[in-house]
Design a binder for this molecule. Structure first.
Ligand SMILES: O=C(O)CCC(=O)c1ccccc1C(=O)O
Ligand SMILES: [Mg+2]
Length: 376
């Protein structure tokens, strides 16, 4: 597969409603669309980093820098590529920068599938034709607002409700949701690293609410303390921020730091690594689900394809486009097949077309890179 040139678009899209977590408040998504062109076709990837280094150390600007200076020149220097999995060894000398790696790797997967005439789901080994999805609710000004959102999303059919929590906004909203909607709704909490082991007593008070899990309660770079916490909690711990690779997942599972893993393609450096983590978890009896980074349609399409693998046993955070955007950059927009389920597209590649008009509306700039100009 020949890769001739690459376009990098930067977009800024306002969220329909602000999204707040323990680490900050987001009102828009500033991201890159990577277009890898070869033999008359285009593969699309999306950067999932946030504008600020508050979830992990990457930002839209660091991703852009890494793509421009390292990953794009490396890719253009190649004499073609047979399979996207080869990118793992090609990019390996460059440490970390997982979201930058994933953005370009995803575009190469899409191009590869389009050339082969298969769907991305099929290329990854996915078997499901539809996936169950949930919704992630940010920290709201108060309990009434939380209850209103939960009600709206349950009525829409979402199959998992995830509430962001932080110290001072944890037991009360969770208790209020259970009180109002009963013990049957699939409910979980995501702390985004807002607690320490000193909070064990408080976190134990979540146990009676029978949450599906608590996601990343402790530090973003910890697995050891999570082992201690898990031994004191009946609520299963799910890791998000702490898992950047297959090796991280292996170690976390080995020492008992979690019972569930949230897989984000960007956080682990791409689809190939995500599939490896999926397989590892499967063979260890650890269910996984696909996390989200408030993606626009291209990233969302990648998440759907990944979620079609069979150990994605828990509804993911890949909600429909209209949960985030006035209009999404793909067509058709990501929408329910039935309430709470998304169809896994069987078209070639990501299975969605790009809505050029919407792309144009939110586009800030474009840079193009070609083989001739590549000097790496
Ligand atoms: O709806 C989504 O895309 C998931 C939203 C979400 O929870 C999230 C959004 C941005 C950064 C981190 C996280 C997270 O899962 O921790
Ligand atoms: Mg999370």
């Amino acid at each position: 597969m020949e890769i001739e040139n690459i376009d990098l678009h930067r977009l800024k899209m306002p969220l329909k409603t602000p999204f707040e977590t323990s680490f900050g408040r987001l009102t828009y998504k500033d991201f890159l669309v990577v277009c890898v062109n070869g033999e008359g076709q285009t593969g699309y990837g999306e950067s999932v980093s946030l504008p600020f280094p508050i979830y992990n150390e990457e930002t839209t600007d660091t991703v852009k820098y890494m793509l421009k200076e390292f990953f794009i020149p490396k890719l253009l220097k190649l004499d073609g590529i047979d399979h996207p999995e080869q990118l793992q060894s090609i990019f390996k000398p460059i440490r970390r920068n997982q979201m930058a790696k994933a953005a370009i790797e995803g575009a190469v997967w899409d191009l590869y599938c389009k050339k082969k005439g298969i769907s991305l789901s099929e290329a990854l080994g996915g078997t499901k034709k539809e996936i169950d999805v949930g919704v992630s609710i940010g920290i709201e000004p108060g309990i009434p607002e939380v209850l209103e959102k939960v009600e709206t999303f349950i009525n829409q059919g979402y199959k998992k409700i995830k509430l962001k929590i932080k110290p001072g906004f944890d037991l009360e909203p969770i208790a209020a949701i259970r009180d109002r909607f009963g013990s049957d709704i699939p409910l979980m909490a995501d702390a985004n690293s807002a607690y320490t082991l000193e909070d064990i007593h408080l976190l134990r008070q979540l146990d009676p609410f029978h949450l599906m899990m608590i996601e990343q309660p402790l530090a973003h770079d910890d697995i050891i303390d999570h082992v201690k916490l898990q031994s004191e909690l009946s609520t299963p711990i799910c890791l998000d921020e702490s898992i950047h690779s297959y090796e991280d997942a292996r170690k976390a599972i080995e020492i008992g730091a979690c019972k569930i893993i949230n897989i984000k393609i960007g956080r682990v450096g791409g689809l190939a690594e995500a599939v490896k983590i999926h397989d590892l978890c499967k063979s260890n009896g650890i269910p996984v689900w696909c996390g989200g980074m408030l993606e626009a349609g291209i990233g969302r399409a990648h998440n759907i394809a990944l979620s079609s693998l069979d150990n994605f046993l828990i509804p993911g955070d890949t909600s429909a486009s209209n949960r985030y955007w006035e209009t999404d950059i793909v067509t058709p927009e990501v929408d329910f097949l039935r309430p709470g389920t998304l169809a896994v597209p069987d078209g070639y590649g990501i299975g969605y077309e790009i809505n050029e008009k919407v792309m144009e509306k939110y586009r800030l700039e474009t840079e193009s890179f070609s083989k001739e100009k590549s000097i790496y």
